[in-house]
Design a protein around this ligand. Structure first.
Ligand SMILES: [Zn+2]
Length: 329
């Protein structure tokens, strides 16, 4: 495979604190020899583990962006052993645009892995992450939230894997994050996620969802900041004990847990985020906006579960995931 067109203005092998950029050539009408400039911070202090911390994989998910910008301002080399690589705004054009995907090429970064050095801008970035940053890391924490269209209970997550030792190491990382919920997730499109690119290299991967709706709260940013420090401690990069807090063990068991709308209209939830629902219980109704006198379409829970995610906007279309369910494990 050819070399990446991306170059880093930081030296990953140098001790100390460096703020710089990943530079991706992007020739366009406004700048013939322009670049996409992705901000990056590297903090290194001698030999030790490497932790890669990423936010803004989707541009409208703000807990990771906020907490990692704060970390880049506060973390000093003398506080750590090893190396911390911080990329708070992975899909930088999307972050600047306040959107999930890149306005430059429509790229959804977390559907572009393992990437392609000769592909679109977003595919080139995915390839650089896969082959250049993940390869030098031991642990990767990718901080997501629900974005503008989803609201999700705050959780850290990993996946069921064939290699049970590896699964246990990834689960230990997710548990160390210390979110109020810790999940095994069945994914809708596993092969093209950052998750798979990291796990495929045998590196511990931890992801999160920390509410959403296109904003943050003091509580969700605090969960992100505490989780980051906990993961750094768990990896042995930061001194001190992991700050353990009660966390509920859950599992998204299968694709059925993602409830997809077959109707368009106004969404009325009959249960709240964090409520337990019973099999057959109505969880939401959708009202047709084109006429009066029409009974709403009712959506019921397929099994006993906790409502861990819901669509944030009230307007809903055919094909939207409007509810996400999880069960105890
Ligand atoms: Zn996301």
């Amino acid at each position: 495979m050819s070399e990446s067109p991306i170059t880093a203005s930081v030296d990953f092998d140098r001790d100390g604190l460096q703020h710089g950029f990943l530079k991706l050539p992007h020739s366009h009408d406004g700048s013939a020899w322009g670049h996409v400039m992705t901000p990056i911070t590297v903090v290194r202090n001698g030999e030790g583990p490497t932790v890669l911390l990423t936010g803004g994989n989707h541009g409208d998910e703000y807990e990771g962006i906020t907490a990692l910008l704060k970390l880049a301002n506060r973390l000093q080399p003398e506080q750590i052993t090893g190396r911390v690589i911080i990329v708070p705004m992975l899909n930088h054009p999307a972050v600047l645009n306040g959107s999930r995907t890149s306005p430059l090429d429509g790229g959804n970064l977390n559907r572009c892995f393992p990437g392609n050095p000769a592909g679109t801008l977003t595919e080139k970035l995915a390839d650089y992450l896969t082959r250049y940053l993940v390869s030098i890391s031991d642990v990767v924490l990718d901080i997501h939230s629900g974005g503008k269209t989803l609201d999700l209970l705050p959780f850290a997550a990993t996946h069921r894997m064939d290699d049970k030792d590896f699964e246990a190491r990834c689960l230990a990382g997710a548990a160390a994050f210390g979110a109020p919920y810790t999940l095994f997730m069945a994914e809708l499109e596993g092969d093209v996620l950052f998750d798979s690119a990291v796990e495929g290299q045998g590196k511990v991967f931890i992801s999160t969802e920390l509410r959403g709706g296109g904003t943050t709260t003091p509580e969700t940013v605090a969960i992100a900041e505490r989780g980051i420090d906990n993961v750094l401690r768990h990896a042995g990069v930061l001194a001190g004990e992991v700050e353990t807090l009660p966390s509920r063990a859950l599992e998204i068991p299968d694709g059925d847990a993602y409830r997809v709308s077959e109707h368009a209209g106004i969404l009325e939830f009959t249960v709240a985020l964090g409520d337990w629902v019973k099999e057959g219980e109505v969880i939401a109704r959708i009202y047709d906006l084109h006429r009066t006198g029409e009974p709403p379409k009712e959506y019921r829970a397929p099994y006993d579960a906790l409502l861990i995610g819901r669509r944030h906007p009230a307007l809903v279309n055919v094909g939207d995931t409007f509810a996400v369910l999880a069960v105890p494990r």
